[in-house]
Design a protein around this ligand. Sequence first.
Ligand SMILES: *Cc1c(COP(=O)(O)O)cnc(C)c1O
Length: 228
Amino acid sequence: MTDLTPLGQRLADVDEQIADSARSASRDLSSITRIVITKFHPASLVRELYDLGVRDFGESRHQEAQPKVAELSDLDARWNFVGQLQSKKARQVRAYCQAIHSVDRDSLITALTNDDVAIPLDVFVQVNLTDDPGRGGVLPSELDAFVDRVAGAAGIELRGLMGVAPLGEDPRPSFVALRSLSERMGAQHPNARALSMGMSGDFAEAIAEGATHLRIGTAITGKRPDHG
Ligand SMILES: *Cc1c(COP(=O)(O)O)cnc(C)c1O
């Protein structure tokens, strides 16, 4: 065994838990993408993770992500945008991200539509899994129509659904709900079966319910530096 840094140790621990959860759920590990969320952390931490073999990264604020990704342009990394996104910033975000997990408004579809791209942007439709209609995400009752509009837009590829389990509750019912929405949608959109769900505190439950894309921050990066 080589000596691991604390960061390397946390990454190894999380990956072991992911593998255990996949095994318990009789799922193939290769069907699960572990995205490390590096928001509020410096580019140097991304480099360390890259050296440890991480290729899939996620950020949640355009202002912070844009210069960070630019600084890391020598890396062969894949960038995912997972935060709330203003439609007037959407085109800029698509310029440096391969996937956006938080598409939940028509204005975003319009802003991201592009007839003139070689590689389509991967899009996850965020679903609001809370009782609060003011939270981010499409309401389940409006999902079918919204998903059809995403699927019909040029230059973007509907990959699946994304959800954040409500804080302080058992995450399992939310993941079950997202999974069943995904199954229902799969009849119309068979190539959009991806499920972006599961964070530091609930990725095991998410894997049990079929998550294909985990968005894991602090369990790997450690505590985020103080921010306002
Ligand atoms: C920050 C963030 C994460 C990662 O959260 P952790 O609890 O640190 O794992 C995942 N998804 C979204 C949308 C986030 O904003």
